[in-house]
Design a protein around this ligand. Structure first.
Ligand code: AMP
Ligand code: MG
Length: 322
């Protein structure tokens, strides 16, 4: 029998433009329970409707993600967030100050909220955020559903900051990707948990730093947690480029691809002028590039450990643990 001829328009994943037709197509696929990768201001997310256990199961399958690792739910605005999570005065203040933007809050899940229990991995809390990226916002509005969206990469691998990264990692496992260019922040959202006892805790450092949160929340946070059940995505080995990674490198050994920063130029630089925000926006793209380079090892220059540098170093430690 003749092999069926493949129409390039049927190739998976469909590459959708960031325009009205692309958003409408993405929304149609999502409403039907499909998987669409979408750019956000942090990294590309792999979205599915959060109220459907079947749709959410396809996220876990496509990523090869352990089912005990809960997903972040994305909504278009605070009103939609308050239909799913219990907001107290602190949560409202944070929402006013940082939404839309790269802050995820872990809050009590409202009883009866239309969220598949696999999204929260059965926890009594939900991780929720209102993203700022115009593409993600347009698709959220077009489909009128909360979307569960972890990073659009195979579990444990380097996060995607371009549509090409998404296709290279997930390929035909997903239905579509909307190409919105490179992500601006380049590092995943800050996750903060607000506790019933009035305390708060950063579960994952990110673009919004401790000091910015403390300005709103008043007191100092509990120590950043590695609590296994609460934030299982925060595994020691994550963001792994598939090669040994050496941190705080001042120069490259013969078999190393050196990722530079500031005065250390390397084979490629996170930021020649030593700007941590620029470094965050380029971090994953350079890890992808280093992974594809001929050198069997990766070395990375030291990054100052304050502000967004704290979040970069958190990701680098996990990349090195792989
Ligand atoms: P990602 O898959 O990169 O979007 O990461 C999502 C992160 O959110 C993981 O570290 C999860 O463990 C964390 N997370 C999601 N839901 C919750 C929750 N209810 N409580 C605590 N952490 C959560
Ligand atoms: Mg991830």
């Amino acid at each position: 029998m003749e092999p069926a001829k493949m129409d390039p328009a049927d190739a998976r994943p469909a590459r959708l433009a960031a325009d009205a037709a692309g958003f409408a197509r993405a929304a149609t696929i999502l409403v039907a329970g499909g998987l669409v990768a979408l750019p956000t201001e942090t990294v590309y997310g792999l979205a599915a409707r959060a109220d459907s256990a079947d749709a959410v199961a396809t996220i876990y399958r496509a990523k090869g993600r352990p089912s005990f690792n809960p997903l972040i739910v994305h909504v278009p605005d605070c009103a939609a967030a308050e239909r799913l999570a219990a907001f107290d005065a602190r949560a409202r203040l944070l929402a006013q100050r940082f939404w839309p933007g790269p802050l995820t809050m872990v809050l009590p899940l409202l009883p009866g909220a239309a969220i598949a229990s696999s999204v929260t991995a059965g926890l009594a809390t939900i991780a929720i955020r209102v993203p700022a990226h115009p593409v993600m916002r347009a698709v959220l509005t077009a489909c009128g559903l909360p979307l569960a969206a972890p990073s659009a990469n195979r579990s444990g691998a380097v996060s995607p900051t371009t549509a090409e990264h998404v296709v290279a990692s997930l390929g035909a496992r997903i239905d579509a990707v909307v190409d919105g260019g490179a992500c601006a922040a380049g590092i995943e959202s800050t996750i903060v948990a607000l506790r019933d006892d009035g305390s708060w805790q950063i579960l994952r450092p990110g673009p919004i730093g401790h000091d910015a949160l403390a300005e709103v929340l008043g007191t100092s946070a509990l120590a950043v947690t590695d609590h296994a059940i609460e934030a299982p995505g925060q595994l020691a080995s994550h963001y792994a480029p598939g090669k040994p990674v050496r941190l705080d490198a001042l120069e490259a050994a013969a078999d190393e691809f050196l990722i530079g920063f500031g005065a250390i130029s390397g084979h490629a630089s996170l930021s020649p002028r030593g700007d941590p925000a620029e470094a965050a926006s380029r971090l994953y793209a350079l890890l992808h590039r280093a992974a594809a380079a001929p050198e069997p090892r990766i070395a990375i220059a030291p990054i100052p450990d304050h502000g967004i540098g704290t979040a970069i170093n958190d990701r680098l430690r996990r990349a090195a643990a792989g």
